[in-house]
Design a protein around this ligand. Sequence first.
Ligand code: SAM
Length: 257
Amino acid sequence: MSKENTSIHEFDINLICEYYASVERQGPGSPEITRKALSFVDNLNKDSRIVDLGCGTGGQTRVLAQHSPGTVTGIDLFPKFIELFNRNSRQANLQDRVKGIVGSMDDLHFKDEELDLIWSEGAIYNIGFERGLNEWRKFLKTGGYIAVSEASWFTQERPKEIEDFWMDAYPEIDTIPNKVAQMQKAGYKPVASFILPDNCWIDDFYAPQVAAQEAFLAKHAGNRAAEGFIANQRHEQQLYNKYKAYYGYAFYIGQKI
Ligand code: SAM
């Protein structure tokens, strides 16, 4: 990649980070769903070590910390998100138990069997579902848990437009039974899986973006990269409204055996 291309790419990433830093969540989910997924996790205590991979600015991390004992480390690739994560932890008075650090989910530096719980909402796709489950397993204690949310098909077949969209965006999207089988094959007891309800997309993820998009476009008026990015966001939302019977996110909770 030429230097020129690199700087354009970096600019796009900066724009994307700026946009997502302005909203509470960077992916579909809700406090109720975080608590529901957590209800399947046993045996946490004040000494438990929890990590949240691809934590973003930490909306779900704070819910996790407020409803579980132990310490929580959030890890995200983007320094801006981690800066906001740590500011938000302080504001919620969680700074003694919740810390954000910059890092990549494909280059983690935990000791083997160090962790009690690995959490990741809407982020494991960055490494790939199967790869993440396999590579992260060694960091968990035997009996420890993994809980991830992941794009999933709800039907065996679906219209071509949405099939093509996802095959381009994330070909590892699959049906829930296939994802559960992958979890079992990776060495976890599949403890639970459930579909996130529509409100996790419509109310918690897309609704706050309406005002954020207006503010972003006003700030970057005439910037074609910014306009293209927002057009893409709006297209994804339209696809979701049209095809939400066929896909969405599911939570998968597994226990290392
Ligand atoms: N978990 C948050 C939530 O549910 O709101 C954020 C989900 S967002 C869809 C995906 C997150 O993964 C972003 O915060 C992004 O910066 C982060 N990410 C992307 N690649 C990553 C990597 N290699 N390692 C760690 N985080 C990464």
